[in-house]
Write a protein that binds this ligand. Structure first.
Ligand SMILES: *[C@@H]1O[C@H](CO)[C@@H](O)[C@H](O)[C@H]1NC(C)=O
Ligand SMILES: *[C@@H]1O[C@H](CO)[C@@H](O)[C@H](O)[C@H]1NC(C)=O
Ligand SMILES: *[C@@H]1O[C@H](CO)[C@@H](O)[C@H](O)[C@H]1NC(C)=O
Ligand SMILES: *[C@@H]1O[C@H](CO)[C@@H](O)[C@H](O)[C@H]1NC(C)=O
Ligand SMILES: *[C@@H]1O[C@H](CO)[C@@H](O)[C@H](O)[C@H]1NC(C)=O
Ligand SMILES: *[C@@H]1O[C@H](CO)[C@@H](O)[C@H](O)[C@H]1NC(C)=O
Ligand SMILES: *[C@@H]1O[C@H](CO)[C@@H](O)[C@H](O)[C@H]1NC(C)=O
Ligand SMILES: *[C@@H]1O[C@H](CO)[C@@H](O)[C@H](O)[C@H]1NC(C)=O
Ligand SMILES: *[C@@H]1O[C@H](CO)[C@@H](O)[C@H](O)[C@H]1NC(C)=O
Ligand SMILES: *[C@@H]1O[C@H](CO)[C@@H](O)[C@H](O)[C@H]1NC(C)=O
Length: 763
């Protein structure tokens, strides 16, 4: 029963994974720069704000997400107060929690709160001023509230006093001096000090219903007599700050193009009167983040509620606007309100005359078309093609990419941007004979550039805009990487409908091809396997720690490790990789990867860390040791997952039995080496990330093993046929597997090889 339930849980997990990856396909508009964290807990952090370098526009937009709280809290740097609760792009507002000042008294008028609680200071540590939507408010029936604010260059102080005798005097919902008193806030207040205290008798006369005085700055405060008591239990109220970019007006900022923030096409600039500086917004008919290139996307007005067209009209979205089509026999613009006229029935007479008009129009139109059309046809055709290319270039994030690449100028070999003609020539117009491989990501073609260089060209299968970021991501990740065991990106082409990537050509197939003997690849000797493992580990260790921003590969598997003629390993396929901002050690992402290699912890928590790559690498080691596939229905039910198979076999001390037939070692030391690699694999396959070693450790252990090889062996790395001593002398029969392998549940057979079984299922 328990087993059945476990399987059901696994099934649900798999289904959830599939649903998650489906929802990833749906287009979402980006609110941050690529690779930047989008939210802290439930609070979204749109650019120009950001929590790591390169993610914010300037220092005053740096915010800190502290994850030691649950839910995480967002602050300005060097200040735990106030806590940011919302950042809004549309109106340039920022909501923070601001303190309430209070003094409470006993029946005799003695203070029961500490004096400290009646004096509150709020310093935003940012340059963003209080919005004038806030009000300074004092609450109580014997109360004096004082505010002292600092504006740029001038101080101000004002007070609010209220006295009342009985509860019946106050009115809910009004704040006009009876029990509640409000004052507006001037422009430009950056920080303030508030206090509250008793005014005449320290609440001795009204103690029965109001023992305290309160004061605070808040947005939308709605007074209620219940607050006389209940405000004691609150520490903060929401306050709105106005934020803006720069300190100049739109016109001046626009002249300094390099720092002008309204970069999106279809965006416009607004002066900010309170904060100084300016804000950006998407033009009418667009929505999104106007501070990002390509940030303002068309708004589909027809999806809005209520529909902008009258009900008999059909709504049609256009780029930047919309139109309403009245049905046949009606006229008008079909729009619901504003200057819209709706649809009205056309009279009979009008109908015939308009029909005549249409017929005449068509005749004249046809004539013009026939005569003029052929003259301009060829001219237009050429222009249209050029336009289309440029459109694709923009749609594919060409501008974004150019900007991103220029940021890294000088420190890396810059990726080249190829033209469509160059790639057509290189691949003989994407001839089928040039296809090297095909997969979910797209098709890889072999190509020869004009300078006779051999390249691999990956033509992505990209349908929608949301995938563009991922594509740009791969270009940026790879153009920052320079390691002999990582496939080199030569360039890309953005002029085709789907963007293409151009890589160095790796001649000798994938590690998977070699291990599983696809094609005519030579079998790998133990020494070669060790060398490939070492090189792969060193590439991953480099990605995790040596680059300017750590990179998590996310899809480490034998099929993504390429080999060249001298069996040098090259890690490839960075489509899923993530750059991790330096101040973070984990990212929450949609679970992505290949079944069989996928870190079970990542699958459960969606928390992506470097240790997920370590797990996948552990599976690659297991594959190198056993020659088995990561998931295989040829193995017994409970051993379908190779990671489990290896770990459970080692537990039963059957490592040597499950070793690949083709691994041949000739002495005790060789056997020792195999065992050490297997132990390393087992540690990498730890269920919990923290049990696994970091990639650097893995790489250095493997390097140690490679170095201790016989010097003559290092020269003669390829397998020699006259094997001296076969480590695996006999084939293991089914019965040898031991009694522990007994989980067979009817009904799940079909799913089995897709399920990532948590380790604790095999006991
Ligand atoms: C997060 O908050 C905790 C507790 O207040 C504090 O100890 C820690 O230093 C903070 N971390 C950061 C990164 O600010
Ligand atoms: C933040 O404010 C925006 C605009 O006022 C609102 O649409 C959004 O729901 C708010 N988000 C949260 C988490 O309060
Ligand atoms: C309260 O006030 C009375 C008179 O004002 C004073 O005698 C008494 O000591 C005070 N009690 C405390 C605990 O401060
Ligand atoms: C404003 O008040 C602060 C502290 O009370 C003081 O240090 C500063 O000099 C004042 N500024 C002006 C312009 O008076
Ligand atoms: C204020 O609260 C009262 C109930 O206490 C409610 O009837 C009234 O509509 C509220 N006013 C506003 C402006 O929210
Ligand atoms: C009222 O309380 C304040 C402390 O908040 C104290 O300094 C003052 O003497 C008290 N006044 C009376 C009349 O009790
Ligand atoms: C104010 O409204 C609350 C309920 O929201 C009610 O309990 C209280 O009696 C009202 N106070 C007055 C003075 O109307
Ligand atoms: C505006 O900001 C720039 C840089 O942030 C600064 O150098 C300049 O002094 C500021 N100008 C004013 C008037 O505050
Ligand atoms: C911004 O302010 C300047 C000076 O106050 C004014 O000339 C300009 O027209 C304003 N621009 C916009 C877009 O409101
Ligand atoms: C159109 O009408 C809706 C309500 O029906 C209203 O919310 C909207 O502001 C109106 N738009 C214009 C442009 O008048």
């Amino acid at each position: 029963m328990a087993l059945k339930r476990r399987h059901l849980e696994q099934l649900l997990l798999v289904v959830r994974g599939i649903l998650l990856s489906l929802s990833a396909i749906k287009a979402t508009s980006q609110i941050t720069k690529p690779g930047c964290l989008e939210s802290c807990g439930s609070i979204s952090i749109p650019y120009p704000f950001g929590i790591s370098k390169g993610c914010y526009i300037d220092e005053s937009f740096l915010v800190i997400c502290n994850r030691s709280f649950n839910p995480p809290k967002l602050f300005f740097p060097q200040s735990d107060v106030p806590i940011i609760s919302n950042i809004s792009l549309d109106d340039g507002e920022l909501r923070v929690a601001s303190p309430i000042s209070r003094s409470c008294y006993d029946e005799l008028g003695n203070l029961t709160t500490t004096p400290h609680q009646s004096d509150k200071l709020m310093i935003t540590k940012s340059r963003f001023p209080l919005s004038t939507q806030n009000k300074f408010t004092a609450v109580g029936c014997d109360t004096l509230g004082i505010i002292q604010g600092g504006t740029s260059g001038r101080n101000y102080t004002t007070a609010c006093a209220t006295i009342c005798n009985q509860l019946d005097d106050v009115t809910n919902g009004t704040c006009e001096g009876v029990g509640c008193c409000q004052m507006s806030i001037p422009d430009g207040v950056i920080d303030y000090f508030i206090s509250a205290s008793g005014l005449t008798n320290n609440h001795t006369d009204v103690h029965s219903f109001n023992p305290c005085s309160f004061s605070f700055v808040a947005e939308d405060y709605n007074f209620s007599s219940l607050d006389f008591l209940s405000l004691r239990n609150r520490d903060t109220v929401p306050v709105v700050l106005d934020w803006s970019v720069g300190n100049e007006t739109c016109e001046i900022a626009e002249q300094h193009m390099s720092s002008y923030a309204c970069t999106a096409a279809n965006s416009e600039c607004l002066n900010s009167s309170n904060a100084g500086g300016y804000r950006c917004r998407c033009s009418q008919g667009y929505h999104g983040n106007p501070y990002l290139l390509d940030g303002c996307r068309d708004l589909d007005e027809c999806e809005s509620n209520p529909n902008p067209c009258v009900h008999e009209a059909t709504c049609k979205n256009l780029i930047g606007s919309f139109t309403c089509l009245c049905p046949k026999g009606y006229e008008g613009d079909g729009k619901r309100n504003g200057t819209g006229t709706g649809c009205t029935k056309i009279g009979r007479k009008d109908q015939t005359s308009s029909r005549l008009g249409i017929a005449l129009g068509i005749c004249v139109g046809l004539l013009v078309l026939v005569v003029g059309g052929s003259c301009i046809y060829w001219g237009l055709r050429k222009r249209k093609l050029d336009k289309l290319k440029e459109h694709f270039f923009q749609q594919n994030g060409g501008i974004l990419l150019q900007q991103q690449l220029s940021q890294y100028r000088g420190c890396v070999d810059m990726a080249k941007v190829f033209t469509i003609e160059e790639l057509n020539e290189a691949t003989n117009n994407y001839d089928e004979s040039r296809i090297l491989g095909q997969g979910g990501y797209g098709t890889v073609y072999k190509g020869v550039l004009a300078d006779n260089r051999m390249v691999a060209i990956k033509k992505s299968k990209i349908g929608d805009q949301s995938q563009i970021e991922q594509f740009i991501n791969e270009v940026i990740v790879l153009s920052q990487v320079n390691h002999r065991n990582v496939v080199k990106l030569i360039g890309c082409c953005l002029e085709t409908e789907v963007p293409s990537l151009v890589y160095e050509f790796i001649t000798n197939g994938t590690l998977s091809d070699h291990i599983h003997r696809k094609g005519k690849y030579q079998l790998l000797s133990w020494e070669l396997r060790l060398k490939i493992a070492t090189e792969t580990a060193s590439a991953l260790a480099y990605l995790h720690s040596s680059t300017s921003m750590p990179i998590i590969h996310r899809d480490v598997k034998a099929a993504n490790i390429l080999l060249d003629d001298s069996y040098t390993a090259k890690v490839g396929d960075f489509g899923a990789s993530r750059l991790v901002p330096l101040d973070q050690t984990e990212l929450t992402t949609l679970v992505q990867g290949t079944l069989g290699y996928l870190d079970p912890e990542y699958l459960h928590t969606s928390q992506l860390t470097e240790k997920s790559d370590v797990y996948s690498f552990g599976v690659v080691l297991a594959e190198l040791l056993t020659g088995e596939k990561a998931i295989s229905s040829e193995r017994r039910e409970c051993d379908r997952n190779l990671a489990l198979f290896l770990v459970s076999s080692m537990k039963e001390d059957r490592l040597l039995q499950i070793l690949d037939n083709h691994i041949v070692v000739d002495d005790e030391r060789g056997i020792q080496q195999v065992k050490e690699v297997a132990n390393l694999a087992k540690r990498c396959l730890g269920v919990r990330g923290e049990e696994r070693p970091i990639m650097k450790e893995v790489a250095s252990e493997l390097e140690g093993l490679t170095k201790e090889m016989h010097p003559w062996r290092q020269h003669d790395l390829l397998r020699s046929e006259e094997a001296e001593y076969l480590l695996k002398p006999f084939d293991v029969s089914e019965d040898d597997h031991g009694a522990s392998c007994s989980i067979i549940t009817p009904g799940f057979d079909g799913m089995k090889n897709h399920i990532i079984t948590p380790h604790d299922n095999v006991r």
